[in-house]
Design a protein around this ligand. Structure first.
Ligand code: NAD
Length: 306
């Protein structure tokens, strides 16, 4: 039996409440699991970290001492884990064959397309429906339940996954077959990495050319240089909407995570022979930025090196 918090999970909304196992309750998974509890679901949590598990329990999840125990009797299994190797070993050894075959498996971690497809293949061979459902949006969106999910899997699996994911996000989009969610995620983040660097270098050049940075923002944000990196996440302190730049480049999306996603994009590009010169350069620059001790800095902090 799991260890239940006191009082038990709240039942805020009418609807069909499910028994959901949640594996990996770190920075992202912690808030996501809490939102499933708020919707009224019964969440059975497991994390290797006692601290993460204690936080989950405080948020209304039942804490379990292993993945195998957490998935017993589950109608769905959601995972939010650091990388593909861990996802593969958790599903192969502790979810597939342990969770009921009727359980829907949802991996929300950001991992490589090939591993996502092979884990989903293994799950399908054992009779499970599975989707890859990586997210866009950081820790704040995970806590607020405003993530965007990009989902790969069959139409039937997507239809089952959608209401579960909707409890944790503002948008749930079917990207295509197995692995398509991961493909969409890394292509999106490859644009983000490259446009953030381009935006940073444009501001740095504008300053050296004697332009007032607010004036340059006012012009470019309404001209063809406009991008999300500029108008939603401006890398210049005091310019544009509030962003990590206004907070000394703390919080937000860590450069190490951007580097992880760019590496996944480069691997995927190599596997299909795609030419990605801008993505490759962005990867080199984030590699150097992280190697210089900035891995924990928000990714827009790369402007300091330009
Ligand atoms: P995190 O390191 O904070 O959380 C991962 C959790 O998994 C940790 O609590 C860890 O103890 C647990 N874990 C590791 N191995 C385990 C195992 N074998 N069994 C059970 N638990 C295990 O990482 P995070 O920031 O929450 O990111 C999770 C995933 O989400 C990653 O794939 C990341 O790329 C992706 N992501 C993160 C962000 C972000 O802003 N942090 C944004 C989008 C996507």
């Amino acid at each position: 039996m799991g260890e239940w918090p006191t009082p038990g999970p709240s039942r805020k909304r009418e609807g069909r409440f499910m028994k959901i196992a949640f594996i990996g309750l770190g920075n992202m998974g912690g808030g996501m699991a809490a939102n499933l509890v708020k919707e009224g679901h019964e969440v059975h949590a497991f994390d290797l970290s006692a601290e993460a598990l204690a936080r989950a329990r405080a948020n209304g999840c039942a804490a379990y001492t292993s993945v195998r125990e957490a998935v017993q009797g589950a109608e769905a299994v959601v995972s939010m884990l650091p990388n593909g190797k861990i996802v593969e070993s958790v599903y192969s050894a502790e979810v597939i064959g342990q969770a009921p075959e009727s359980a829907l498996l949802l991996d929300c971690s950001t991992i490589d397309v090939d591993t996502a497809r092979s884990v989903e293949g293994e799950a399908a061979a054992a009779g499970y429906a599975m989707v890859d459902a990586p997210v866009s949006g950081g820790i704040a969106a995970a806590n607020a339940g405003t993530l965007t999910f990009m989902v790969g899997g069959t139409a039937e699996a997507f239809a089952r996954a959608e209401p579960i994911l909707a409890a944790m996000g503002k948008a749930v989009i079917h990207a295509g077959a197995s692995g398509a969610g991961q493909a969409a995620k890394i292509c999106n983040n490859m644009i983000l990495g490259a446009t953030m660097i381009a935006t940073c270098e444009a501001f740095a050049l504008a300053e050296k050319l004697g332009l007032d940075l607010q004036t340059f923002y006012d012009i470019s944000s309404k001209a063809s240089g406009q991008s999300w990196s500029m108008t939603s996440y401006c890398p210049v302190p005091g310019v544009g909407p509030a962003s990590p730049a206004d907070n000394g480049y703390q919080g937000g999306f860590a450069a190490a995570l951007m580097l992880k996603d760019l590496k996944l994009a480069m691997e995927a590009a190599a596997s299909v022979g795609a030419k990605v010169p801008m993505g490759a350069r962005a990867e080199e620059l984030y590699e150097a930025f992280s190697a210089a001790g900035n891995g924990g800095t928000d990714f827009s902090g790369i402007i300091k090196t330009l």
